[in-house]
Design a protein around this ligand. Sequence first.
Ligand SMILES: [Mg+2]
Length: 362
Amino acid sequence: MKITQVEVDVLCVPVAQPYSAAGRQVTGNWHVLARVTTADGVQGHGYIVSPRQALVAAVGQATRELSSQLIGMHVLEVEAAWERLAKAGDWIGPGGLLHYAIAPLDIALWDAAGKTLGQPLYRLLGGYRDRVPAYASDGLWYNLSLEALAASAGKHVANGYTAIKMRLGHEAHPEDEARRVHAVREAVGPEIRVLVDATETWQLGQAMQTGRALQEAGIAWLEDPVQHEDVTGLATIAQDLLIPVATGEHLYQLSDFHRLFQARGTDIAIIDLGRIGGITPWRRVAALAQAYHIPVCGHVIPEIHVHLLAAIPNSYLVENVPRSEAILQGMPALEAGCLVAPSGPGLGIALDADAVQRYRVS
Ligand SMILES: [Mg+2]
C-alpha cells in the first residue's frame, strides 16, 4: 500500500451564508485540498480552510512542493510522513506556513489509512464515542443589532443546538458588551450554553472589567479575551474570573500549548487543525492537555474535528461551522445537540469531484 500519487489543488468554495470576520464580509472560503492515492487505488483527501486568499495561495504552493516526499511511503506510516514533511520544509518553518502546508497532506494520509483498514477515523484513533456535543458558531456576529442577535440565537436553539457562540469586542463599554450577552441569554433561556468569543480585541484591564460584567450572565466560556501571546494576562483572567477561559486557536506548536498549560493560562484548549499541522500534532496537543486535566475543542472544520474529538477522553465541544459543504457529500448530522461522526471508512465524507473541478482556482 505505497503512495503512488499526490494531487494538490487550491479552491474557492462559496459560503452558503456569508459571514462577517475581522470586520469584513466573507463570501468564499479558500481551500488547499490534497488527494493521495495508493498502489491499490485507495484515495484519501485532506484540506485546510481560510477566508484569506493570499495565505491559501502560498500554502498551496508549499503543499505542492512538499507532496513529492510522500511518494513511495506506506499509507500507514502517517507519523513518520509528518516528520519527513517537516524536515523537507524546514526552510519555511518552524510552525507558520509549514504547518498549514503539511496539514492537508497529513489529513489525507489519515483518511487513506482509515479507508485501507476499513475503519472510520474516530474508531481507528481511539473510539471513545461516536458523537460529540456541538455548538453553533455562525450567525451571532458583532455587527448584528440586539434584536437580530436574539433572533439568530433563537433560530439555533430551534434547530436543535444546546450550545451557541457569540462574538464580542466591538463595543466601547463593558456594559454594552454585557447587554449583548443578556439579550442572547434572554432569547435562549437558562438551559442553553452560551459561549463568548472576544477575538483578542481587549486589553487586560478591559477584559477583566467586561469579564466581571459577564459573570452573572452564566456564560460557559470566555474565548480569547486578550492577545494569545499574553499568557500572563490569560492566566490572570483564568484565576480571577468565575468564567472558564478558552484559547489556543492561534497556536502553532506543541511547545506553545505546553507554555500556556504550565502557566494555567486557559481552562479549555482550542486546537486549530491547520495551524497545528494536521491530525498527527493535533493529537499530541490533546494528550498534553489531558495531563493538565484540560478539556479540548476543535477550531472550525467540524466534519473532521468530530472524528478527533470522538477519539480522545478529554473532548468537550465541537464547533459546528461547516465551510466545505459545497465540495463534500455525507456531512455529519446533528442529533439531540450532538454532531454524529460519519461511520464510513476514513473521514467518511466523499468529495464531490464535479464541485472540486468547478471551484478549482489552481
Ligand atoms: Mg475564536
